[in-house]
Design a protein around this ligand. Structure first.
Ligand code: HEC
Length: 258
């Protein structure tokens, strides 16, 4: 299972490496050689895809179709965050050399540019989505200065008029028993008790707390506020900044079932 710090105790080496990784992350001075997209895809498939597949998406996240050439900034942001707490070591395979590890981190960090603004995707057929990432200083001492990233993803199947609001977090893992609340435009709308465990997608022994949850909320006009997922952390998602037309289209998806 994962501790609050996001350390895998089935791979302690990764935990001990946190401070070093954090130091590396802040010390990207000399321009590192850029890692080609194919190489990034291969690394993600090898080290992450084993647990984040379509069939068993740990944290509700599959990297089976991950393409560094066309990466979603928010997904890249939460992936980079997990790299900082040793995710490359999670599968127990021999690690790539340090330069490659750093190059992957740098590449994902670059792809994460713009994740703090709404990313609207009208891509796949009838699926419309809008997502945004909020970065918060972690209140957990064991996080060693690594922030928590919250990604909110609103999707709508415009054909079926079926909508979904999902919250993902990285790299911290909330403790079982915590009661998280979500407020829509300032009004309490949804509470969720953190519970249950995720089994490892690659069949490896050990479990972890959950990495994502579906929020039973409508699309807000102004804000969605998430509190108490982690102690003293409040994430505010600015729906007022979402393009009006997109917000209307998404909202229509939700009113259909209410
Ligand atoms: C041994 C299995 C395993 C491997 C390998 C693995 N993960 Fe995960 N991952 C999990 C589990 C379990 C969770 C859910 C609990 C948590 O958040 O840690 C998770 C959660 C996540 C999350 C947060 C999920 C969300 O929706 O917010 C991200 C991001 C992530 N992993 C990225 C990665 C990346 C990047 C790699 C490869 C470098 C990787 N993982 C390798 C098991 C794994």
């Amino acid at each position: 299972m994962l501790r609050n710090s996001g350390c895998w105790d089935f791979h302690l080496v990764a935990c001990f490496g946190i401070a070093t990784l954090a130091a590396y992350a802040t010390a990207i001075s000399a321009a590192p050689p850029a890692l080609p997209a194919e190489k990034q895809n291969a690394l993600v498939a090898q080290y992450c895809g084993v647990c984040h597949s379509d069939a068993h998406p740990n944290g509700r996240l599959s990297f089976e179709h991950f393409d560094a050439a066309d990466a979603d900034p928010g997904v890249a942001a939460i992936m980079a965050a997990k790299l900082r707490t040793g995710a490359l070591g999670a599968s127990g395979q021999k690690l790539p050399d340090k330069a490659t590890q750093d190059a992957l981190f740098d590449a994902l960090t670059a792809q994460a540019a713009g994740a703090d603004k709404w990313v609207v995707n009208k891509g796949q057929g009838r699926i419309l989505s809008a997502s945004i990432v909020r970065e918060l200083p972690s209140t957990d001492k064991e996080a060693h200065g690594i922030p928590d990233y919250y990604r909110l993803l609103v999707t709508c199947d415009t054909g079926k008029k079926a909508g979904n609001v999902e919250l993902e977090w990285s790299p911290g893992v909330p403790k079982n028993g915590r009661e998280m609340s979500a407020a829509v435009d300032g009004k309490p709308a949804f509470t969720w008790k953190v519970e249950g465990n995720e089994t490892m997608g690659n069949g490896q022994a050990g479990t972890s707390g959950p990495g994502a949850v579906v929020l039973q909320v409508p699309v807000p006009d102004k804000t969605l506020t998430v509190t108490n997922l982690f102690p003293d952390e409040t994430a505010v998602f600015p729906f007022a900044e979402l393009e009006k037309k997109t917000r209307r289209q998404l909202a229509a998806c939700f009113s259909a079932r209410r």
